[in-house]
Design a protein around this ligand. Sequence first.
Ligand code: PEP
Ligand code: MG
Length: 328
Amino acid sequence: RRAAFAALKGEVPITKDGHRVTVMVNAGLRDDVAALDLTGADGIGLFRTEFQFLISATLPQREAQRRLYKDVLDAAGDRPVVFRTVDIGGDKALPYLDHDENGEEENPAMGWRALRLALDRDGLMKVQARALLEAAAGRTLSVMFPMVSEPWEFDQARALFETQRAWLEARGHKLPLQVRYGAMLEVPALAEVLDILLPNLDFLSIGTNDLTQFLFAADRAHPKLAVRYDWLSPSILRFLHRVTSQTHAAGIPVAVCGEMGGRPLEAMALIGLGIERLSITPAAVGPIKAMVRSLDRASLTGTMTQLLAQPPRDMRAALQDWAETNGV
Ligand code: PEP
Ligand code: MG
């Protein structure tokens, strides 16, 4: 099987009825970029910049950040890379940062983390913004913000980057040709105000790991809750369908970058909901390509519409059934 998936490296993920699905990888370390050539993926849909902070004994300085980002962009070449600003705080506390004012959090996943911390203590994000802007000089920079709950948070983060860009420009630094700004949708509240966010957004990336735990109020790491944390539940699928349709209607690209997209049955359901971009763990690229290439999207979309309108008790079994009957 492994050999069969490796053989798919050069194959394009396109459905039988001609729909191209963009399959990218999630990464976080310099060496992860090798996965692009190994798998033949279309790019890096999620680069988790906090990894550098988590493995470092001291706060990574701007130059160390810039070097990492530039190395990643160089290695990716023509393939796009989406950098996510740091998702630290909560359970990803950094020993060298003063988290004292934070104290022990009872619910770290819902705590002072990611963009919340970055906006309240914006020194860290200013440095990161400069490092990213400098690293992407002469090319496109795609940056996205984690845990956006309200449109103003995105606007503020974007403005912070724009201020840094102006600062660099005034000092004669070479700048990116273009900066694209995205939001992660992983806090359900954002979906209710998506119309307000969309005009300022260049792309949306749905983080189904956090989104699912918040939609179900079920800890993503709790073994006893695993059955209640089901990516194929009608509530998740309807939610994703609504968000995807609304965002596409505004002409804005949507990706899914959570682990859900790396499982063939779940990824099949996502494609049936209209998702055309996945960012997944490198080991899943082969299996997902194989699934995509066996798929008739038009017929899947019809089935998904029916299943969402009248969800069966066991959605997983229904989708599995459809897949088997249709040679997926
Ligand atoms: C997610 O929440 O789905 C996601 C991709 O981010 P992380 O897993 O890093 O929280
Ligand atoms: Mg997340």
